[in-house]
Design a protein. Structure first.
Length: 188
């Protein structure tokens, strides 16, 4: 009888998926303005993540932006992708004016529309909450030595695919464990 073993690739894949789950916890527990949680999160892995990569290729081709294609390959080369989005259509009632409207009531009644990549206007504080959650999630991945990078283009594809249907803005974080961090070799 052979001793119990976990082959390297299998162990790394499982560790990345566990890390992705912990990243969702980090995003969820990150501080939020007025304690209001309007985040949406999702983990995509396996062949399903290639749907995002295919959409990124499609967008890159249509817009003639090579960065979409490069980042799509990063998605394909990753074990998993964490999506974090925010429901930003409703204000927090702070009346700060950062959105460009006189007050939150005016913002809440403003016509919301979908732009080239996301929907808006989005409440500034909801966008800040998204940023804090992204930082918290990537910190968790980095602490666990899982390579990652926040990618706007993944979020654009996820938004167009309606993967987080209530989110007005989405960012994607691909995850991998290779001998070299694939997300920061931008020479391609």
């Amino acid at each position: 009888m052979s001793p119990p073993m976990i082959e390297s690739k299998k162990g790394e894949r499982e560790a990345i998926l566990e890390t992705a789950k912990l990243m969702l916890v980090s995003a969820r527990t990150a501080p939020k303005t007025s304690g209001k949680d309007d985040l949406q999160t999702l983990i995509i892995y396996g062949k399903e993540k290639n749907v995002i990569a295919d959409k990124m290729d499609e967008i890159g081709e249509k817009r003639k932006i090579e960065g979409f294609k490069r980042d799509a390959q990063n998605v394909r080369d990753s074990e998993a992708v964490v999506l974090i989005g925010v429901r930003g259509k409703k204000s927090l009632g702070l009346n700060c004016g950062s959105c460009g409207y006189k007050d939150c009531a005016e913002f809440d009644h403003a016509k919301k529309k979908t732009g080239k990549d996301f929907a808006g206007p989005t409440c500034l504080f909801k966008a800040l909450d998204l940023g804090i959650a992204l930082g918290s999630a990537t910190k968790t991945a980095s602490t666990l030595n899982v390579d990652n990078r926040i990618m706007y283009r993944i979020g654009t594809a996820a938004f167009k695919l309606k993967l987080l249907p209530e989110a007005t803005v989405i960012m994607g974080i691909p995850l991998s464990a290779k001998g070299k961090n694939i997300y920061f070799d931008r020479s391609k």
